[in-house]
Design a protein around this ligand. Structure first.
Ligand SMILES: [Zn+2]
Ligand SMILES: [Zn+2]
Length: 338
C-alpha cells in the first residue's frame, strides 16, 4: 500500500509499504477519506509524522477474531490506540487513556497506524458505524472537524440561550461555529485570517473581529449589553486569546479551552475566576458515548459542506499541507485512492 511520509522541510510524498494484516480484535480498514490536521506543522519543520494521520473514515477490509465489526462495514476511524480496559476507557473517555498500546510491539511493524495511507489497523471497538447515505468525506468530520469542539460544547452545556465567543477560526474553530449554530447559539468570532473570518460569517457568525483590533474586550461587551459573552470556546491556542476569553465572558459564564498550547497563561484566582464565578474547563475530543450526537450534527447541519473547503487526492498531499499553512482553508480532506 501507499502511505504519506515527510521527506524534508516543506516536502512530503508517498512511499510503498507492506499492507497491514488483521490480528486478534484488530481489523484492517480501507481508508476512504482522511482529514488533515496538525500534521502540517511536521511538514513545515521537516519532522517525521508522529502517527501519519489521525482522522479518517473507511470500510472494514479484513478481520481476524469475531468482534463488533465485519468486512464491508462503513466506519469512522477514531484516533489513538487506547487500552480499552482502564476506568477512563470504560467510561468512554478513551482519549485520556494513560495505557495507550504500543502499536509496533503488537503488530511488529510501524506501518498501518495512520490514516494518510490506503489501509489502517484498528481495534474494532474504535470503529463506530457511519449511517447509510453519509459520505466518507462528511463522516471523517466526526474526529476534529466537528468532534474537537463538540466535547467542549457538551462540557459547558451550550444552548440556544447562549452568546458564544469563539477565538481562532481555523478548521477546529470553524467546526465550533457549526456546533454553535446547530444548537441555535449566537456566535461572535475572533480570527486574524480574512479568508477564515469570511467563512465564519457565511456560516452564520454574527460578527467576527481581528485579534489585532484595539479595544476588543470593549467591542465584545458593546454587542452583549455590556455583560460579555455567556460562554467562550478558545480554539487558537494563543495566550492573548485565552486571556480575551476570560475577560470577555460575563460573570457566572463558562470558558472551554480547546486549542493546544504549551505557553503560560497567567490566571489570577480572585478576579479571573472566583469573584467572577467563571467555570474554566479543558476539553480534548469527546466521550465515545456522545458519538451518535456528533454524527447527528454532521447529518443535520446545513453547514458541513462549508466546513470542508477542499477534497484533494493523497498524491497531492504536499498541496494540502501548503493550504493549511496558508490559512486559506477550512477542513482539507484527502482521498487516499486518488
Ligand atoms: Zn485532528
Ligand atoms: Zn485505557
Amino acid at each position: 500500500m501507499k502511505k504519506v511520509v515527510i521527506l524534508g522541510e516543506r516536502q512530503a510524498g508517498l512511499v510503498e509499504v507492506p499492507d497491514p494484516q488483521p490480528k486478534q480484535d484488530w481489523v484492517v480498514v480501507k481508508v476512504r477519506a482522511s482529514a488533515l490536521c496538525t500534521e502540517y506543522k511536521s511538514y513545515l519543520a521537516g519532522r517525521p509524522l508522529a502517527a501519519g494521520g489521525h482522522e479518517g473514515a473507511g470500510e472494514v477490509a479484513a478481520t481476524a477474531d469475531p468482534g463488533p465489526v465485519k468486512t464491508g462495514d462503513r466506519v469512522v476511524i477514531l484516533p489513538q490506540y487506547p487500552c480499552g480496559r482502564c476506568a477512563l476507557c470504560k467510561k468512554g473517555d478513551y482519549v485520556y487513556c494513560e495505557n495507550n498500546l504500543d502499536f509496533q510491539a503488537f503488530t511488529g511493524s510501524a506501518d498501518g497506524c495512520g490514516t494518510f495511507a490506503h489501509y489502517i489497523l484498528k481495534p474494532g471497538w474504535l470503529l463506530p458505524p457511519i449511517p447509510d447515505g453519509m459520505s466518507y468525506e462528511h463522516a471523517t468530520m466526526a474526529i476534529d472537524g466537528i468532534g474537537a469542539s463538540f466535547g467542549a460544547f457538551q462540557a459547558i452545556q451550550v444552548s440556544a440561550l447562549d452568546t458564544v465567543l469563539i477565538t481562532g477560526l481555523g478548521p477546529v474553530g470553524l467546526g465550533a461555529v457549526v456546533n454553535a449554530r446547530f444548537r441555535g447559539a449566537r456566535v461572535i468570532g475572533v480570527e486574524p485570517v480574512p479568508w477564515r473570518r469570511e467563512r465564519a460569517l457565511q456560516m452564520g457568525a454574527e460578527m467576527v473581529f481581528d485579534p489585532g483590533e484595539p479595544g476588543l474586550v470593549e467591542k465584545i461587551l458593546a454587542c452583549t449589553e455590556g455583560q460579555g459573552a455567556t460562554c467562550s470556546v478558545e480554539c487558537s491556542g494563543k495566550v492573548a486569546s485565552q486571556r480575551l476569553c476570560l475577560d470577555a465572558t460575563r460573570r457566572r459564564g463558562r470558558v472551554a479551552f480547546v486549542g493546544e498550547s504549551n505557553d503560560t497563561l497567567a490566571v489570577r484566582a480572585s478576579p479571573d475566576l472566583l469573584r467572577k464565578g467563571l467555570t474554566l474547563v479543558g476539553s480534548w475530543l469527546y466521550n465515545l458515548y456522545d458519538y451518535p450526537r456528533v454524527i447527528q450534527v454532521i447529518q443535520e447541519s446545513p453547514l458541513i459542506d462549508l466546513l470542508i473547503s477542499h477534497v484533494i487526492p493523497m498524491s497531492r498531499i504536499q498541496d494540502g499541507f501548503e493550504l493549511l499553512a496558508s490559512g486559506q482553508c477550512a477542513k482539507v480532506v484527502v482521498d487516499p485512492w486518488r
